[in-house]
Ligand binder design. Structure first.
Ligand code: APR
Ligand code: ZN
Ligand code: ZN
Length: 361
């Protein structure tokens, strides 16, 4: 029997989001219905609402979630009803060229549930990033569920499903930050702060936080930044060089996604250092750099998609590190809210007031 549950939809471009009754079909082969316990409010949800991702309204928003598997379809063997899972938006296929070469974090053929959730009148919903978890329950591909230790609260665990994983992964997976490295993180929102947490975890000797907002720099210190630079009042490339004995940082993580901050990252790294772009640019942005500098400074210019994470490897590992007190994921939860508060949470996000608002069901 299809089920009726409450969920948050974005009905049209820039229209306020609202709670509606949605219809969840019975699980089909390879699918799972998950009872959502918590789901963080991410920038990407706001981008969907603004029509900046695509035009396939109405969207069922939410994609940073943890919950309990309610039912699984035919052929599902990795998870079973009752399992506590974090949802991911890049389910590894196991068959594509990337997967077969042993690089599943680049999987080119990620998959979602085949069936669609709908409104009561039958209108098909587009789930945000193939998840749609601002809802009491959602339908996903079973491969989008990663089982983790239930001892960690869902409002904390769910954050690994997107922004926090992106930031930690930018440092440990893409940037390969190692013991004794100097790291600079440009942009200290949720993603940049997570990159700071990841850098500290990896043993970085110096972690320089750069932002234009002093409030963000204060939080960055509590996350593990050893130095801070307000790039509104201080030239950040010079400041990072000074703090690294004139060399520049081994790894610079750009967590804003703008050409000017990318350039700062490019020039603030040591010779043969690494730049990691984890902030997401918009389509009209262009980057201009002297090609000779790209050659002459050597090293690596990398982008980090979803923190180059492998959910089955990284989610349980980070949950365990949180349980052991070696990282504090709870520090990212600024507030917990209800399903009806998502529009307000977007406003607070816009004001820069929160790292994460998390819907708890
Ligand atoms: N220089 C330095 N910091 C900046 C600048 C700038 N020119 N412009 C903005 N910032 C800072 C903001 O003050 C804020 O602290 O960047 C931070 C961005 O944080 P959030 O808005 O909370 O965004 P976050 O969720 O961390 O995501 C960062 O990664 O996933 C992508 O789409 C996301 O592009 C976004 C980026
Ligand atoms: Zn694949
Ligand atoms: Zn997200």
């Amino acid at each position: 029997m299809p089920q009726h549950v409450q969920g948050v939809i974005a009905p049209g471009r820039n229209e306020p989001v609202r709670v509606e009754t949605i219809v969840i079909p019975d699980v089909g082969p390879g699918e799972a219905v998950v009872k959502i316990q918590a789901c963080g409010v991410c920038h990407t949800d706001l981008h969907y609402k603004q029509g900046a991702i695509n035009d396939e309204f109405p969207f069922l928003l939410g994609h940073e979630a943890a919950g309990i598997v309610e039912s699984v379809g035919e052929g599902v063997t990795d998870i079973e009803p009752g399992d506590y899972v974090i949802l991911n938006w890049r389910a590894v296929c196991g068959q594509c060229r990337a997967c077969r070469r042993g690089r599943p974090w680049y999987c080119f053929d990620t998959h979602n549930a085949k069936q669609r959730m709908t409104l009561l009148d039958g209108t098909e919903l587009s789930p945000a990033l193939g998840i749609g978890a601002f809802a009491e329950k959602t339908l996903v591909a079973a491969g989008q569920c990663t089982k983790v230790d239930p001892a960690v609260a869902p409002e904390v665990a769910g954050l690994l499903g997107c922004g926090v994983m992106a930031g930690i992964g930018a440092a440990i997976n893409t940037g390969n930050v190692g013991r004794g490295d100097t790291v600079a993180v440009i942009g200290c929102g949720g993603v940049g702060d997570a990159a700071i947490v990841g850098s500290r975890l990896a043993g970085a000797a110096k972690i320089i936080a750069v932002d234009i907002d002093d409030r963000k720099l204060e939080t960055a210190k509590t996350m593990g930044a050893t130095h801070t630079v307000n790039s509104r009042s201080t030239e950040p490339v010079e400041a990072i060089r000074e703090l690294t004995d004139g060399f520049g940082a081994d790894v610079v993580i750009e967590a804003v996604g703008r050409p000017e901050t990318y350039k700062q990252a490019f020039y603030a790294r040591d010779l043969a250092g690494t730049v990691v772009l984890v902030g997401v640019p918009t389509p009209e942005m262009q980057l201009e750099l002297p090609l000779l500098d790209v050659f002459g400074r050597g090293g690596a210019l990398k982008s980090s998609w979803y923190g180059d994470c492998l959910p089955s490897r990284d989610f349980p590992m980070l949950v365990d590190l949180h349980r052991q007190g070696r990282i504090d994921l709870a520090a990212f939860v600024t507030e917990t809210i209800g399903l009806g508060d998502v529009e307000k949470a977007f406003a607070r996000m816009h004001e820069g007031d929160v790292l994460r608002s998390v819907v708890v069901l």
